[in-house]
Design a protein around this ligand. Structure first.
Ligand SMILES: NC(=O)C1=CN([C@@H]2O[C@H](COP(=O)(O)OP(=O)(O)OC[C@H]3O[C@@H](n4cnc5c(N)ncnc54)[C@H](OP(=O)(O)O)[C@@H]3O)[C@@H](O)[C@H]2O)C=CC1
Ligand SMILES: O=C(O)C1=N[C@H](C(=O)O)C[C@H](O)C1
Length: 248
């Protein structure tokens, strides 16, 4: 059995510490480095693959360091804008052998929820997303909600659907939520929650709700470990774990 050496960036955080435990427990993986804020990333502990769960402002710089070391990266940190992704794509041209996976959500059920929502999108006039998370989360809307909106928006465009109908003319306090790719998104932050999302589809006389709940961060680990094992076989930039799981 070949052993893959893994380092974790953001290793002291909620996700990073869970990843360290999961890597430690896997027979085919060896945890060779744990890095957090202010640590010198150096040679990344000699890792074959780095897992990056830090903060939106730091992730791009950390990933660039991994590329410069020729190390594959599995990224869970949110906040990857189109411009940051484009910059990363350009940087990857200098390292064509390196694989980078950016996945807004590693829970298999969340990946399926996004795929199901994409499939349903063309059949419904109305759609809204409600994402619910723990109150220590720093970004809103969640990366998962933003990605779901992007997938639904693209499916609606392909189907030639008009913009989501909404007669609201007065909303001084933003009660109708944010808009991502034309889809209303509502963010809830509540002590006791981990990571949850509902996608509501409406049509005259019916409603479809697609919901996923992560009750514990262990729910993300099978996806993270699958990505660690596969990222070397996918050189270049991949956005979304669905592309590694045959779901896309
Ligand atoms: N894709 C997925 O499935 C999931 C993605 N996430 C995303 O992962 C990210 C992390 O979430 P979570 O673990 O809850 O957050 P935490 O705040 O618990 O963890 C982030 C860690 O990164 C550290 N950090 C800050 N700056 C840097 C830096 N420059 N380099 C390295 N480490 C740094 C933080 O240190 P300090 O606290 O001292 O600043 C902290 O230890 C978020 O973007 C979140 O949205 C979360 C869950 C699942
Ligand atoms: O911060 C979190 O906790 C989570 N972040 C990701 C997101 O923004 O979508 C994934 C999951 O929802 C948990």
């Amino acid at each position: 059995m070949s052993i893959t050496r893994v380092s974790v960036i953001g290793a002291s955080g909620r996700m990073g510490s869970e990843v360290c435990r999961a890597v430690d427990a896997a027979d085919d993986l060896e945890l060779v480095g744990c890095f957090d804020v202010d640590d010198d990333l150096g040679d990344l502990g000699g890792a074959d693959v780095v897992v990056e769960f830090s903060v939106p402002d730091a992730s791009a710089t950390n990933v660039a360091h991994c590329l410069d070391q020729g190390v594959h990266v599995v990224v869970g940190t949110t906040g990857w804008s189109e411009s940051k992704l484009a910059e990363l794509g350009t940087r990857l041209e200098q390292h064509p052998e390196v694989g980078v996976l950016i996945a807004p959500n590693f829970a298999i059920g969340a990946v399926l929820m996004m795929a199901f929502a994409q499939k349903a999108a063309e059949f419904y006039e109305s759609v809204e997303i409600i994402e619910l998370h723990h109150p220590d989360k720093v970004d809103a809307p969640s990366g998962t909600a933003a990605r779901t909106a992007e997938l639904i928006g693209a499916a609606r465009d392909r189907a030639g659907l008009a913009a989501v109908q909404d007669a609201t003319t007065s909303d001084p306090d933003g009660a109708r939520g944010a808009r991502a790719h034309g889809i209303p998104v509502h963010s809830v932050r509540l002590r006791g929650l981990v990571a949850h999302q509902e996608v509501l589809f409406g049509q005259t006389g019916e409603m479809l709700t697609i919901r996923h709940d992560s009750f514990d961060r262990v729910s993300f680990m099978p996806g993270v470990l699958a990505a660690v094992r596969k990222v070397g076989d996918h050189p270049g930039l991949t956005v979304g774990l669905e592309h590694y799981l045959g779901i896309a």
